[in-house]
Design a protein around this ligand. Structure first.
Ligand code: GLN
Length: 569
């Protein structure tokens, strides 16, 4: 007998709960679900794999809607310290989220929304808000069915809203964590309710290779798989991650312990070029096996830039790129490289089209500031410099010293957010002669607040729905005729994403222009500067926005392309 006794799942659910976890009109089977989990340890490359799979399925013409589950109790990533968690990625709609959403956008060449991101905090807030509104009608609210139900509902709504062929779920954390256990339970239920042909589980596990033994050991992987199965989840596909290629005998062990036929056990070892992974997965036949499991077929893919031909070309370009350039990133979180992930990615996207490969030199701004290293020593052997976004006082004078050095020595410069604000401070001090110029973020009492929170903006931001006082999400910039910026973007008005409180103070626009800065992009509605540039410099362009958030492999950010081009010389 079917688990639904001939009734639709939605009807069945309504009989027993005050709440249906099937959105109205939902049809099971229309969207397939692929669930990616990781066992043994974190850092096995679940995000990279999920992104690569998303690219692969997209190249097959399927509409993929990815979701990241994060077990932590923060509502979103806006309050997370990049020092601990890596970059806070900002979506076009202003959502501040985990850097995995950046990977999804880059993998799919499509914008994500808040519906692609779910934290434990968001689920519990949603449930408690509903409870306060009386929507559970006196029921005791339990992990099962309510918490797991809301998670399933979230996925089904996403499937419906985005008309997805595949909802691709990446479960953060490792199997066995308390934090993600209710997500995994929800996924177990999802498979039961949607049916075997509609939900596939892929488990990434790690095959250790202890240096002292000089051979692979699959025990940890076996234990991880057993743990997953104890939660009621039978994987369909197992990916053995490893540093080096694993022998067949290891795959056989994993196969038998995991209850997974050997042809569904794959090995992906470390790749120097992660852009090859979608093609590697295809060559391994993972797509075909998934299609069989899910009863799914590829679709015609004519209109999208994201197709096999373009992707293969891009990978080929990376292989052939032979001009090596070194770019310094002068930042504050340089010992957590993930803090600047999107910047690194943007360089990786732009360089191959110009035949270049980029080496990054991480320069800690506080080391310059504290005199541990001179700015000349830090930057003398680089082809270009980026000052990225940042907050607070520490390292600011080091960044300003670096900007002065590149401006005076005609070294290509790209400033992003704080990198633009501090370029303006440097220029005001050393070119306009405004010796006390500063941002009020660092010196609230300065008599020359060239970077400031402007009052009308404060009002507007406080009244807006955003809640916080940051300018978040995409804003339009009108680009100036004949500017470098306009030539790069090739458009009158462009959109880039923001995440900051301070602005270039409009009272100082004139003096800056008189001294030679071109204000090359303006958010006209509020007369705010979005881009600046120096015309008589090899390349000196900076933006109040985070141009790194919109770069994608097959459509690199024009700003980064211009910058890398200048660095090549
Ligand atoms: N701290 C600056 C501000 O809030 C810049 C922020 C950033 O670089 N993202 O305006």
């Amino acid at each position: 007998m079917s688990p639904t006794d001939g009734k639709t799942l939605a009807e069945k659910s309504l009989e027993h709960e005050f709440h249906s976890f099937f959105p109205p009109g939902y049809q099971s089977g229309k969207t397939k679900f692929i669930i990616v989990t990781g066992s043994v340890m974190s850092g096995v490359g679940k995000g990279t794999f999920t992104g690569a799979l998303a690219t692969l399925l997209s190249c097959h013409g399927l509409k993929v809607s990815p979701v990241k589950f994060d077990g932590y109790l923060n509502y979103d990533a806006g309050t997370l310290n990049p020092y601990r968690h890596g970059e806070v990625f900002v979506l076009e709609d202003g959502t501040e989220c985990d850097l995995d959403l950046g990977s999804y956008e880059r993998a799919l060449h499509r914008n994500m929304t808040k519906d692609n991101y779910l934290t434990g905090g968001k689920i519990f807030k949603m449930i408690l808000d509903k409870e306060r509104r009386g929507e559970y009608l006196g029921r005791d609210i339990q992990f099962i069915p309510h918490v797991t139900g809301e998670i399933k509902n979230f996925l089904r709504e996403l499937a419906q809203k985005t008309n997805a062929d595949v909802v691709l779920v990446e479960v953060g954390g490792t199997i066995g964590d308390l934090e993600n256990s209710y997500f995994i339970e929800a996924m177990r239920e999802l498979r039961y309710e949607e049916g075997k042909n509609n939900v596939a589980f892929i488990n990434l596990t790690y095959i250790i290779e202890p240096g002292s033994l000089g051979e692979f050991k699959s025990k940890a992987a076996q234990i991880g798989l057993r743990q997953l199965m104890m939660l009621g989840v039978q994987p369909d596909i197992i990916i053995c991650r490893s540093q080096n290629p694993v022998p067949e005998s290891i795959k056989e062990k994993v196969s038998i312990f995991g209850n997974v036929p050997i042809n569904h056990v794959y090995n992906i070892y470390d790749f120097s070029n992660i852009y090859e992974i979608p093609l590697v997965l295809r060559d391994l036949g993972l797509d075909k096996e998934l299609f069989k499991i899910l009863n799914l077929s590829p679709k015609e893919n004519k209109d999208s830039v994201l197709n096999f031909e373009n992707w293969e070309n891009f990978v080929e370009k990376i292989k052939n790129a032979n001009k090596e350039i070194t770019i310094a990133i002068v930042g504050k979180y340089t010992n957590v490289r993930d803090s600047y992930l999107s910047i690194v990615k943007s360089l990786e996207h732009a360089a191959p089209y110009l035949g270049a490969r980029v080496k990054i030199k991480w320069v800690e701004a506080t080391d310059i500031e504290d005199g541990k290293i001179s700015v000349e020593d830090a930057l003398k052997d680089v082809n270009g410099v980026i000052v990225p976004g940042g907050f607070g006082k520490r390292g600011v004078e080091g960044k300003i010293a670096a900007i002065k050095y590149v401006r005076e020595n005609n070294i290509p410069y790209l400033g992003l957010c704080y990198g633009m604000q501090l370029a303006v401070v440097e220029f005001a001090r050393n070119v306009c002669g405004l010796k006390t110029a500063h941002t009020t973020e660092v010196n609230p009492g300065t008599d020359c607040p060239i970077i400031d929170i402007i009052p009308e903006q404060k009002d507007k931001l406080e009244k807006s729905e955003i809640g916080g006082t940051m300018r978040l999400g995409a804003y339009p910039a009108k680009l100036k005729e004949d500017s470098i910026t306009k030539k790069l973007y090739g458009k009158d008005v462009i959109l880039e994403r923001h995440r900051h409180r301070w602005e270039l103070n409009p009272k100082f626009h004139k003096i800056l222009e008189e001294n030679g800065i071109v204000l090359s992009g303006i958010y006209e509605e509020r007369n705010l500067v979005e881009f600046i540039e120096l015309p008589n410099h090899k390349f000196f362009v900076a933006t109040q926005a985070h141009a790194e958030f919109t770069s994608r492999p097959l459509s690199p950010s024009p700003l980064f392309v211009g910058f890398v081009q200048a660095c090549i010389g």
